[in-house]
Structures are given as structure tokens and as C-alpha cells.
Design a protein around this ligand. Structure first.
Ligand code: ZN
Length: 396
């Protein structure tokens, strides 16, 4: 493989790639509202000469670069992003896509329109070079990752592929797994009364307080690579909402990050055991895994458990080994293999039997913050990295 050739074509198209990433940032695309960005991605893939470009029923954009008889490869990036919050807190406008000191600023610059632009360009530049890939390359831009991964859940079933690269931020190093995430709700039921005579009712707040305190000492599963699973209480909702009435019910939302091997029924049992210990007399309760019903901008509706599976690609997997070596050579620096602290769409692919690795530009500690910005050199480097990944035989 002539890496110099890949660097030359990437630097020739540096300004086009940056301008495309800017345009993506300038079009807001909160989860469920990705239509306009999807149209931009589709048009750019067509312009760059992909041999097939289509939008599936969930609203995902899929571009194919035809290759040889080998196993197909999928690049996966999401089009949606989290809310930028208070515009006054941003040093540069969240939807400005402005460049300052060699960095591209804005919501989704790192998570993950930068990576998406680099993936789209990598496919297009390979077409322009006329290089033959070992198998087809599918560059996919999916919907609703930030709210449970609806787009990827659909894609993993409709277009099953054995080798997947997820473009979440890794500062252009490699990632091979992460913990899972599951959202649960603990329900506490009492009996509501006028707050002037609390002795006549059953106030579930006291059972809730014991339960929240108990979470601190709950025995957690651990894993040699990921450390401990964690649980964090995040939201409390009560009903009725009046300030002068004791609640009939309280619902506590929990964010649980599970390690590989820690299955969902086991988590529920653990929490229900704690709950039973914390309920005061005449108070009832139960724990459940939250479900979500999401509707895409195309009108497709899907219901699923509110969870992201963990995944782990073995450290000695032949594909991972080979791409680590060739990336280090092409990028002319060491490339480390690590794991992500957060969950990604990778777990949905792994659940369908795919081997998943991560590679994406940017610093993952500033995603979802008002500091979100991507060094342009890392953006361009990632486009070379994606070309290298597409050209490498898909082993294992
Ligand atoms: Zn992301």
C-alpha cells in the first residue's frame, strides 16, 4: 500500500473536507430531526462517485464503494447530536462551524460530524484513486444514536456486516470495547395525603432516601479491563406534583454502566433485593428496565429496551492486530489500542455478531460540552486512517 498516495490525495482535498464538516455542523440535527443533514450526506456521496447511495426506512444514509469478493466493511457514524444548551456559554457559536487557531468549533464537531465527514471523504477519495478494495465498503450515517441507537439497531439487522468501524472520538487511536449502559426506574408507591397531616398517609420519600443511600454500598460486578460497573441516580419524578401534598408515587431513574458478563436480569434482581430492604411498611415498589418508543424523521417507529450492550473485541484479534500495525506505519506514529469509557452504537453491531473496532478524530473528554472543537490536522489524518482501514484485508 502506497501511503504517500493517500496523504497526497487527502491534502489535495483538505479544504473540501473541512468545508463539508463545517456545512454538517451548520445544519442542526437533534435526534429525530436529521433529514436535512441526511440530504447533505447523500448529495456529497453522490458527488464523490459512490457507486450506490440510498436512504433506508429508518432514515440512515448508506453509501457503497464497490470492492472485491472479500468480506464487506462498514464505517458507522451518527448524524444526530445532543442539545448545545445555553448559546451564551459558547465561546464560538454552536452551529457556526467556525475555525479558530486550527480548530473547527461547534456542537458535533467531535461527536461526530467531523468523523462522519472524514468517512464520507475517505470513501470518495478511494473512488477517485481507482484503488480496488478487498470487499465492499459501506459508509453509513445513522439516526438517533444519542437516544438509544435506533438507526444502528435497524441497520445492524437490515445490512449485516462482519467488520464494523465506529467513528466515535478516539484521537485517531484504536478502541476495542466499552461497558454497556442500561436505564432503569425504581418505583415507590405510598398513599398520598394533605401535607398538613402526614401521619395519615404513607410517604414514599423515606423509602426512596434509604434506597439511594443503599446504592453507595451495593456490591458491583468488576472486570479485569473495565474495572467496576457503576450506578448513578439521575432523576426523580413524583406524583402528584403539588408542594402541599405528600406523593402517592415516586419514580427514580438510574443510569447503570454494566461490565461484560453482567446481564440485565441480574442487575434488576440486585436492585429489587435492595429495594425490598428499604421499603418502609405499607410502601410498595419495583424496579424495571425502561423502554423507549422512538419515531424517526421518516416516520418509522421502533420500541426497544433503553440499553446499549457492552462489547469487547479480543486484544489479539487478527484484524485489530493488522490494522494497528498498518495505521502506525501510515500515520507515522504509535497507534494505541484502548477502550472507551462511554457507550456507543458498537454494542448493537456486536450483539448481531459483528467484530467492532473504534477509530475517530477528536478528544472524547470535551464531547457534549461547550468546549467541543476538533483540530483540523486530526480531521485530515482521520480521513487517511479511514482509507487505510478500507484498504486493509478484513481478517477473522
Ligand atoms: Zn457520539
Amino acid at each position: 500500500m502506497d501511503h504517500g498516495q493517500l496523504w497526497r490525495v487527502a491534502s489535495q482535498h483538505r479544504e473540501d473536507l473541512i468545508a463539508f464538516a463545517q456545512r454538517l455542523i451548520q445544519v442542526p440535527s437533534l435526534s429525530g430531526h436529521e433529514a436535512e443533514v441526511a440530504a447533505l450526506v447523500q448529495a456529497e456521496m453522490e458527488r464523490l462517485g459512490y457507486d450506490r447511495v440510498w436512504i433506508d426506512e429508518a432514515g440512515n444514509v448508506i453509501g457503497r464503494v464497490a470492492g472485491g469478493d472479500g468480506p464487506p466493511l462498514m464505517f458507522n457514524g451518527h448524524m444526530d447530536h445532543v442539545d448545545p444548551g445555553d448559546p451564551g456559554l459558547w465561546l464560538h457559536p454552536a452551529y457556526g462551524g467556525e475555525i479558530h487557531d486550527g480548530e473547527l468549533w461547534g456542537r458535533a464537531a467531535v461527536d461526530m460530524k467531523g468523523a462522519l465527514a472524514a468517512m464520507v471523504y475517505a470513501g470518495g477519495l478511494l473512488v477517485s484513486l481507482g484503488l480496488t478494495l478487498p470487499g465492499h465498503l459501506y459508509v453509513t450515517a445513522v439516526v438517533q444514536e444519542e437516544v438509544g441507537g435506533m438507526g444502528t439497531r435497524h441497520l445492524a439487522q437490515s445490512l449485516p456486516v462482519k467488520h464494523v468501524v465506529v467513528g466515535e472520538a478516539s484521537a485517531n487511536h484504536l478502541r476495542r470495547g466499552h461497558r454497556g449502559r442500561v436505564e432503569l426506574r425504581a418505583h415507590f408507591q405510598g398513599r398520598s395525603v394533605h401535607a398538613s397531616m402526614p401521619d395519615l398517609g404513607v410517604n414514599p420519600h423515606f423509602s426512596l432516601a434509604r434506597f439511594v443511600e443503599g446504592l453507595k454500598t451495593l456490591p458491583m460486578a468488576s472486570h479485569p479491563e473495565y474495572g467496576s460497573s457503576t450506578v448513578a441516580p439521575t432523576r426523580v419524578d413524583s406524583e402528584p406534583q403539588s408542594a402541599n401534598v405528600t406523593p402517592a408515587a415516586i419514580h427514580l431513574t438510574l443510569d447503570w454502566r454494566n461490565v461484560p458478563g453482567e446481564d440485565l436480569p441480574r442487575i434488576v434482581t440486585k436492585l429489587e433485593t435492595l429495594l425490598a430492604r428499604c421499603l418502609e411498611s405499607a410502601c410498595h415498589g419495583q424496579v424495571e428496565i425502561c423502554t423507549k418508543t422512538m419515531v424517526s424523521y421518516t416516520g418509522l417507529s421502533m420500541e426497544y429496551l433503553d440499553s446499549f450492550a457492552s462489547f469487547t473485541t479480543p486484544a489479539d484479534h487478527p484484524w485489530l492486530d493488522s490494522v494497528q500495525a498498518v495505521l502506525a506505519e501510515a500515520l507515522d506514529r504509535p497507534v494505541e489500542v484502548g477502550t472507551w469509557r462511554f457507550a456507543t452504537d458498537g454494542g448493537h453491531f456486536a450483539e448481531e455478531g459483528a467484530t467492532v473496532i473504534g477509530f475517530g478524530p477528536g478528544d472524547d473528554t470535551i464531547v457534549h460540552t461547550v468546549e467541543e472543537r476538533l483540530p483540523l490536522d486530526q480531521l485530515v489524518e482521520s480521513s487517511v486512517g479511514y482509507m487505510v482501514l478500507a484498504l486493509q484485508p478484513r481478517l477473522g
